[in-house]
Design a protein around this ligand. Sequence first.
Ligand code: AHR
Length: 513
Amino acid sequence: MTGSLRKAMLAGAVLALTAGALIGLPGASQAAGTGPCDVYGAAGTPCVAAHSTTRALYGAYNGPLYQVRRASDGATTNIGVLAAGGFANAAAQDSFCYGTTCVMSVIYDQSPRHNDLTPAPPGGVGGQDNPVPADALPVTAGGHTVYGASFSPIMGYRDNSTSGVATGSQPEGMYMVTSGTHYNNRCCFDYGNAETNNLDNGNGRMDALYFGTLCWFSPCNGSGPWVMADLENGLFQSAAGGSTNASYTGDRNAFVTATLKNNGTNFFALKSGNAQSGGLATRYAGALPTSRPGYSPMQKEGAIILGIGGDNSNTAIGSFFEGVMTSGLPSDAAENAVQANVVAVGYGGPSPVAAGTLNPGSTISLRATTACCTTRYVRHQNDGAVTSVVSSSSSALDKADASWIVRRGLANPSCVSFESRNYPGDFLRHFNYQVYRQPMDGSAIFRADATFCPQAGRSGTGTSFASYNFPTRFLRHYDNTLYIASNGGPNAFDSTASWAADVSWVVGSPWTP
Ligand code: AHR
């Protein structure tokens, strides 16, 4: 059955479910078994999209949350919930992906509209997007370990053939739970309504939540990251573009709820708050932009994007745990009740990890042990990986360049990968045996090139890191440049002289925690 046929057949069911929500399900109060979409439905603004990799967004939902595809054989399986209305069955993913790696190949729409998200096609900007790694963002929800979706550049999802999503000047609302610890200033970490042809079709063709530090219009107050409305050709914090709210300096909580609603003709509102406690603060509520043409009324096209801009601009990073889009303009009461519902999830973790260890989540430094070089540390410089002398009097930039976040191995969770401390989403990877700092593009080759398997230091000191896909080659400094080197071989950097010391490193506290 085609996606559109499936959507058409389900249209009747949508009406029935909406009516059921209005008359038969709990209202906006926090009842057990109530999800955000029950809240919105009971308020007369039903969900037309409900995406989450962590939990059911309806109290009765018992279907798949997302699909994973594993690298070893290309097989796929759906990850569902532990119980109706409950949390993601992460153990099913762990079991299916054991010994290999998985990506989230589909993020299902839990609403009866079936507006499922798949990796976004090429657009006006940027080529085909990759799916996110399935296990890159372990967190807890309701005390269960679940996986959020962690976006690096060149990762994003889209549905250009939706059902029920607002078009033209129809009203709509949306929220997402994201993170105030993983963002950048590139375009555009969005969730919401966009063009159906992957191109920038002009002002007012989009209505999406943006989260990050791309300050499109001045002023942006504080250092962000901020919630903004991507209305196409601009990230708006007000009708004027820039912020009119001096007290809004950004949301840096580990979990952030962000909301946007737009009546399509003359009003939009942005709110945000801590997804772990408290309520939402209104960051802007007022007119749509009028000094620029095209936004009032809106000209929405009704596609859904996640992690990218409307024209597929795909250099942003971010985290996504859950989000929905509604038909109709949600009331403030409904938005407040949804925030209470999110807080009740109890998002948390991952558990704090001590710095200076090889446990995933730890931030570290890597110091050379060869006699020549014991004050030198692995750092990135001009996109390459080198060793430099770093000390307490080094600049903040040098210290950050020499600090790395340990991640589960991108190609094998028993090994490790090293994410740049000051270039989130960039990892150490080898290419032609030399090591560079590059954005993680999600490809199998990148994941393999960026995975290193620790073992006792080959010199008897510290730790050595075998390349995952060239296991006889180890992370080595040679002439202060990083390679994966074998103990003897055709290249100068394979020299046997001081090889064992050059491939042995001290894992220590980070220069930039
Ligand atoms: O509006 C900001 C961005 O501008 C949109 O997401 C994209 O389509 C365009 O490049």
